[in-house]
Write a new protein. Sequence first.
Length: 281
Amino acid sequence: MTVQNYSSRNAIDPVRAAAMDTTALRENFLIENMFVGNEINLTYSHYDRLVIGGAMPADEMLALAAVKSMGTKSFLDRRELAVFNIGARGTIKVGPDSYVLDNRDMIYIGMGAGEVSFASADAGDPAKFYLISAPAHATYPTKMVQIGDAKRIDLGAQETSNQRSIFQFVHPEGIKTCQLVVGMTTLATGSIWNTMPAHVHDRRSEAYLYFGMAPTARVFHFMGEPQETRHIVVKSDEAVLSPVWSIHCGAATSNYTFIWAMAGDNVDYTDIDPVPLETMK
């Protein structure tokens, strides 16, 4: 029987967030312990009702179930889902169809696609499936995208420590979705900054999963209103929820990779409100 754990996070306004100490910030915005052997761990967020989680099958197949907050019989009854594999090779079964995902491959699964389950090719070297889900109002086809087929954009420079490659997996010119826009950013060796200068977008909430780091490495994830910034120290395989009013940028002790996922009023990746660096505090 699949072990599936679930927690819920309420939406926090910027005034309350500004008064939080480190413990409160971490309890409300950081998602830890997503990848545990033979478990599915989900967090239901009231920011655009995003669901963030991890499935790590080892020696058994894990079946994804709906959680109480959804109010539906099955997970995909009124939702769409994107799944990345950040571990070793694994298989995702969607209804009667099976898909093999290698490291950094992704699959988009549309509303009503059927039951979803996860398995690893090697129990000793398991897959790590990262799940991002949002409510849906229409059904779009299930589609797998390998890392080599994602739309790549190279940005930044070594001089500013932010040389990076952005891989767009779910975007309007590629996979059609109701709400989800999803991609991956990989920083070059020697670069540590992401998404700087920072921005906000009142139209969409976002989540960041940081991975690909040594156990002792850390990312300092910056959040908060542009004139009232805070930070959360994050280790590999942890995620941060980013409200619509918050910046989302970071710097780390080494280069790293992160998966960004957005949901909200539109799917326009370029629709952002830039924050001039000289105005930040």
